[in-house]
Structures are given as C-alpha cells and as structure tokens.
Design a protein around this ligand. Structure first.
Ligand code: DQA
Length: 147
C-alpha cells in the first residue's frame, strides 16, 4: 500500500528557503522522514514535488486509483488553487493537508486554504514533523493491513 506525498512550489528549496520559518531540513530530509515513518506502519511512499500547478493536478490524477492516502503541502497554491482542490475532491482516500509553518500566525492571505474544508485533517506549524503526524493519521484511518 502506497501513500502519496505531494509538495508544491518552492519546497524544492527547503533548507535554503527562509530557514527561520521553514527550518534547516531539506526536501530530501523530508522525503526520507516520510519514507521511514511510512515503513514502520507498513506503507510505501511515492514522493512528488513540483513548482507547477498543472503538474500537481496530473500527479493527483495518476495516484488517484491506488493511493491509500495523500499528504499534501500545496505551499503557495494552497491559497489560490481551485484546480488542486478539485483534483483532491476526486480522491476517495484520506487527504491530509500539511504546512510546515503556522500559517495562522502569518500574513492574512495565508489564513485561507482551498484545501482545508475537503481534507481529512490539517496540520500546521509543527515543522517537518507535520508530515510524520499526517502519515500516522492516514495509517490510523486506513491501516496498511486493511483491504
Ligand atoms: C507553506 C505555507 C504557505 O503559505 C507558503 O506559501 C509555503 C509553505 C508551509 O509549509 O508552511 O510555500 O505551505
């Protein structure tokens, strides 16, 4: 069973990008953390990052038939993208929304998400540990051993 991990724009520069807000870990570190967390729960992960909205939509279409859960940090597209929201709505498996920073303690434009109301859960401001929490939550909702 596979959990899809989707990271949006500018997250390829994690570690270099505003480290006081987003921390020192790189995207490779985040993906390794996801793999290790999923492994302990009996899941595989497929990790995807893109700076392009359409590529994220297409990845959601690709994983839709088989993903047992989706962890998405849509980054800036969280606050703008009806298209990513629409692609997520088509996914039957639980979708967990993650933000590394506490978006509610930042600019007003980050307070609204097009994803939160259709997500199974939302984790903000827990740093990259949020990805770990999200994978654990998917495993609790849909254990790897279940059909
Ligand atoms: C982010 C928060 C977004 O507002 C921002 O545009 C990002 C990263 C986070 O992980 O905290 O790119 O999703």
């Amino acid at each position: 069973p596979t959990i899809s991990i989707i990271n949006g724009p500018n997250l390829n520069l994690l570690g270099q990008r505003e480290p006081l807000i987003y921390g020192a870990e790189t995207l490779a570190d985040v993906e390794a953390l996801c793999r290790a967390t999923a492994d302990t729960l009996g899941f595989d992960v497929e990790c995807f990052q893109s700076n392009r909205e359409g590529a994220i939509v297409e990845e959601l279409h690709r994983v839709r038939p088989f993903a047992r859960g989706v962890v998405i940090n849509a980054a800036g597209y969280t606050h703008t993208s009806v298209a990513i929201r629409d692609a997520l709505v088509m996914i039957d498996a639980p979708v967990m929304e993650v933000h590394i920073s506490n978006v509610h303690a930042r600019e007003e434009f980050r307070h609204h998400s097009f994803i939160s109301d259709i997500a199974a859960g939302v984790i903000v401001g827990c740093g990259v540990q949020g990805y770990e929490f999200a994978i654990n939550r998917i495993a609790a909702l849909r254990p790897a051993t279940a059909q």
